[in-house]
Design a protein around this ligand. Structure first.
Ligand code: KIV
Ligand code: NA
Length: 266
């Protein structure tokens, strides 16, 4: 199997071939997603919500991200594995940022990291890049800053924030980032960014005119049930499938129907 590289993603943008990306946090799911042919797997800090049950992405630790990433990397033969560097492990101190990035690469065997922010994290981004670690940017609704925003609504609807986002995207490109995620911004702005920067732009709630799309795998599979933002397309109702199977199992156990003779040892 030919492995996906950051260079191939760049070539896909040039060719106009869309990039597919999904999150995964564990070995079993990552194996399914990789074998289905996804281009990029993101070990997102959305694990904080989806795996650990926290309300925001802020509580998840570097050690916990490395645990998830290690499990994912073991299952993956083809996809590029990108790992979120968590809140508190890179902002403000570039040597701590580099140490965190190196731990993710070394201990988990990740292929790249993803960082939230633009100009304000310049020192950390450039230091990590100069160590040879590929960095994916993340602009727009950056969930690690949710307490600054105060709301999960669409970002960069106003002129000033839109202009800063375009400027940040160009800066991240000039630093040497290989790609940028744009989250929950107007489609017209995302389209403009994808046109004006040469690196692949991956959207989530950023409309169709970007170079690829990412979703949280539990959301698109319908495991997380309550979360239904406009940008989400649900491809399965696994919540109902799992709940139905569990209900049937309980029924069979209670009725002494399971296990039967064939399911027992002589
Ligand atoms: O953590 C995550 O799942 C993400 C994607 C939504 C881009 O950062
Ligand atoms: Na994230």
């Amino acid at each position: 199997i030919k492995k996906i590289t950051t260079h191939q993603l760049q070539e896909m943008k040039v060719r106009g071939e869309k990039i597919s990306m999904l999150t995964a946090y564990d070995y079993s799911m990552a194996g399914i997603v990789d074998k289905a042919g996804i281009d990029v797997i993101l070990v997102g800090d959305s694990a904080s919500n989806v795996m650990a049950g926290h309300e925001t992405t802020l509580p998840i630790t570097l050690d916990q991200m490395i645990y998830h990433a290690t499990s994912v990397v073991k299952a993956v033969d083809r996809a590029l594995v990108v790992v979120d560097i968590p809140f508190g492990s890179y902002q403000g101190n570039s040597s701590e940022a580099l140490r965190s990035a190196i731990r993710i690469m070394k201990e988990a065997g990740a292929h790249a990291i993803k960082m939230e922010g633009g100009e304000e994290i310049k020192d950390s981004v450039t230091r990590i890049l100069s160590a040879g670690v590929p960095v994916m940017g993340h602009l727009g609704l950056t969930p690690q800053s949710i307490f600054k925003f105060g709301t999960y609504t669409v970002r960069a609807k106003e002129e000033a924030e839109a202009e800063k986002l375009i400027k940040d995207a160009k800066l991240l490109e000039s630093y040497g980032c290989f790609s940028i995620v744009l989250e929950k911004i107007p489609a017209s702005l995302a389209r403009k960014v994808a046109k004006e920067v040469a690196i692949p732009i991956i959207g989530i709630g950023a409309g169709p005119d970007v170079d690829g799309q990412v979703l949280v795998v539990h959301d698109m599979l319908g495991i997380t049930h309550e979360f239904k933002p406009r940008f989400l397309r649900q491809y399965a109702d696994l919540n109902a499938v799992i709940s139905g199977a569990v209900t049937n199992y309980i029924r069979d156990v209670k009725a002494s129907d399971f296990p039967n003779e064939k399911e027992s040892y002589k």
